[in-house]
Design a protein around this ligand. Structure first.
Ligand SMILES: [Zn+2]
Length: 293
């Protein structure tokens, strides 16, 4: 499953390739699973809009859209009732297309002649002549639109922006293992299994330690480790596991730097002790019993 660095890489790749382009028309497949907004609403919101920017919020890809939607143009043609104009203005400012890749979702920018892959759920025709396609074999991905003012908020705190005080406060009084707390998207958004394990290793904290029992100093170290790990992974273009590729089809290389994740039984790169694996809340956790206390 793509985690924060992969989603950041994909969002950056998409921004580079489709920002400033315009969505002329949208085709949506018949499978309802990926659609978290009604198909008609997604199509009406996207069609005729300029893609102002593509960015990441948590593990979501967010397309900021500008320009009037077809729906509001039609309403104007019908000399819509007064008051509607203000609503249209807020729609104009706030329309966002939200994509969550789930386990196997991919976004591809290609020429219209490119073969349409199986499990393609959405095709947006762009004014530049290219197409933006959403493909997802397992259909855990989600497509939706956000039309409220204030912009899309996936909940939780952004780990790359969180202050030390705020970070420490997130874990205060929590009886759950620190690993589970790190994965809790209502606390920090976007930290998944790989980066939680890698961060705990760098901070020297065992995944099973109770969050509430960790000192402020260690939490400060953990915050720095989380940011360092995520930044390094983003710089390397995300981890390449299973079928993850970024918007350009390039694989990321962060897996070359994993120190504990997926290294069960292999020697710790710091002390040589065999890396252990435990299952916590159904997820594998990897750690060094000597370096992590
Ligand atoms: Zn070690």
């Amino acid at each position: 499953m793509p985690e924060l660095p992969e989603v950041e890489t994909i969002a950056r790749g998409l921004d580079k390739r489709v920002a400033e382009d315009m969505i002329e028309s949208v085709w949506i497949g018949s499978r309802p699973q990926p659609l978290k907004s009604p198909a008609g609403v997604i199509a009406r919101t996207l069609e005729g809009k300029r893609i102002a920017r593509v960015h990441r919020a948590g593990k979501h890809i967010v397309f900021d859209l500008e320009g009037e939607s077809r729906a509001s143009q039609k309403k104007k043609g019908n000399r819509a009732v007064r008051g509607q104009t203000r609503l249209d203005a807020s729609l104009r400012q706030c329309a966002q297309w939200i994509v969550h890749l789930g386990m196997t979702g991919r976004m591809v920018v290609c020429q219209p002649a490119a073969e349409i892959a199986k499990h393609t759920h959405l095709i947006a025709k762009l004014a530049s002549g290219r197409e933006l396609r959403f493909i997802d074999p397992r259909m855990f991905g989600k497509l939706s639109v956000h039309l409220q003012s204030g912009g899309f908020d996936p909940g939780g705190v952004e780990p790359l922006e969180v202050s030390e005080e705020r970070f420490i406060a997130l874990f205060r009084g929590r009886k759950t293992p620190i690993k589970s707390a790190l994965l809790n998207q209502k606390l920090l958004r976007g930290v998944g299994n790989i980066y939680a394990d890698e961060s705990l290793f760098r901070a020297g904290i065992r995944p099973r330690r109770r969050a509430a029992a960790i000192t402020r100093e260690q939490l400060g170290k953990l915050r720095r480790a989380v940011r360092e790990v995520l930044r390094e992974a983003i710089a390397l273009g995300g981890s390449s596991i299973s079928d993850y590729v970024d918007a350009d089809g390039e694989e990321g290389f962060f897996q070359l730097r994993h120190r504990v994740y997926g290294r069960e039984g292999a020697p710790c790169l710091v002390c040589g002790t065999a890396i252990r694996r435990v299952v916590l809340a159904g997820r594998s956790s990897h750690y060094c019993s000597k370096c992590q206390k």
